[in-house]
Design a protein around this ligand. Structure first.
Ligand SMILES: NC(=O)c1ccc[n+]([C@@H]2O[C@H](COP(=O)([O-])OP(=O)(O)OC[C@H]3O[C@@H](n4cnc5c(N)ncnc54)[C@H](OP(=O)(O)O)[C@@H]3O)[C@@H](O)[C@H]2O)c1
Length: 337
């Protein structure tokens, strides 16, 4: 097995611990697929893994990155669903003992690899697979969403928030959204029934007015996690799904919660099972095939810029833009939309 160029770390630390250079190529096992990587992404969680804020087993040199889009180079005998040349994607590398995606080649267990729908733009697809899988898990696994329910998406203009709106609307929910004023039109285009400016001092009263029977599923991607306020907005048996704001220490109004059969549940995508991820992937592929799931704003960087992109995400310099890192294997003709 030859060498591959990769973005990797030899120790946990700040963004500048990321090196770019050659390491030994990965060796697939019998149930693995070796993928020639076209592109990967940088997610908030990739910075948590790199810094050690999200502890996970890893061997050094450790290749960073969760997501990839690429082409099958070779498939093991225990990976019969894949053949050399297939265009594929994955969103669960780089944690749990698996090496990451930010390399010219990556090994992916067959049960964590999915075909990319024909016609889907690889850069646009790789940009959405992490936030969209998070949205799927939040709505359908942890939020137990049912047709006709009312969903509140806080931060609906963001990566996870926009996927939440798209998926909840298509699942037959009535979606209320909070977003910055400049994102209101975008959220409405995604299908939100009403969009509220999160800076509006009357926000709580406006949400209550729009959902007099209460919110069935409240999803706060901004991580404000004001449970005293949100639990009071819930319907009977309403759910708050926590997925961001790791440092928050909200006050929990216990009576308002248990006397109305309400619940607060949290999750991270990192703990999703391969079956849950595969179900999310099928949903995502259905939307990608219909061109119904798109990143709002992506910026493509060379893989060698991984350290700078990690730093840019952490400092807020990237804004809401999704960073895609392309390897030199990516044809320059494939441009993001
Ligand atoms: N649990 C998991 O498995 C999981 C998976 C993926 C991501 N996450 C987490 O999810 C969070 C969101 O990620 P993302 O990529 O979607 O981020 P993002 O694209 O930056 O979206 C966050 C959005 O929240 C908006 N916002 C800020 N303050 C708000 C407030 N007070 N009320 C309502 N909206 C507000 C922002 O608007 P402005 O632009 O106006 O500030 C922005 O549009 C991150 O903390 C990430 O770590 C968790």
């Amino acid at each position: 097995m030859g060498a591959v160029r990769a973005a990797y770390i030899e120790q946990l630390g700040a963004a500048d611990v990321i090196r770019y250079g050659e390491i030994a190529g990965p060796r697939p096992g019998p149930t693995d697929v070796l993928v020639d990587v076209l592109a990967t992404t940088v997610n908030p969680v990739d910075t948590f893994v790199r810094s050690g804020r999200y502890p996970t087993p890893m061997a050094f040199p450790f290749v960073v990155g969760r997501d990839l889009v690429g082409t099958v180079a070779e498939a093991g005998p225990g990976a019969p669903g894949f053949r050399a040349g297939d265009r594929v994607w994955c969103n669960s590398l780089g944690h749990g003992g698996r090496q990451g995606a930010a390399a010219e080649q990556a090994v992916v267990p067959a049960d964590r690899l999915y075909h990319l729908p024909v016609g889907a733009d690889p850069y646009a697809a790789v940009a959405v697979v992490h936030p969209a899988a998070t949205a799927h898990l939040a709505l359908f696994v942890h939020g137990r969403l049912r047709v006709g329910e009312t969903v509140l998406v806080a931060g609906a203009g963001g990566n996870v928030g926009s996927a939440l709106v798209t998926m909840a609307v298509r699942a037959g929910a009535r979606v209320l959204a909070t977003a910055g004023a400049r994102d209101a039109a975008y959220c409405a285009r995604l299908g939100a029934a009403e969009v509220f400016d999160y800076r509006d001092p009357d926000l709580t009263a406006k949400i209550r007015g729009a959902a007099p029977s209460g919110i069935d599923a409240y999803l706060d991607t901004a991580g404000v996690n004001d449970l005293e306020r949100t639990v009071g907005l819930l319907a009977h048996r309403g759910r708050v799904v926590l997925l961001a704001g790791a440092g928050t220490r909200p006050v929990l109004p216990a009576g308002a919660l248990y006397m109305n059969d309400r619940s607060v549940v949290g999750f991270v995508i990192s703990h999703a099972t391969p079956d849950e991820l595969a179900e999310a992937a099928a949903h995502i592929n259905d939307l990608l095939a219909r061109d119904a799931l798109r990143p709002r704003d992506i910026e493509v960087f060379p893989l060698s810029a991984a350290a700078d992109v990690h730093a840019g995400l952490e400092s807020g310099e990237l804004g809401g833009r999704r960073a895609v890192l392309r390897t030199d294997l990516a044809p320059v003709t494939e441009t993001p939309r």
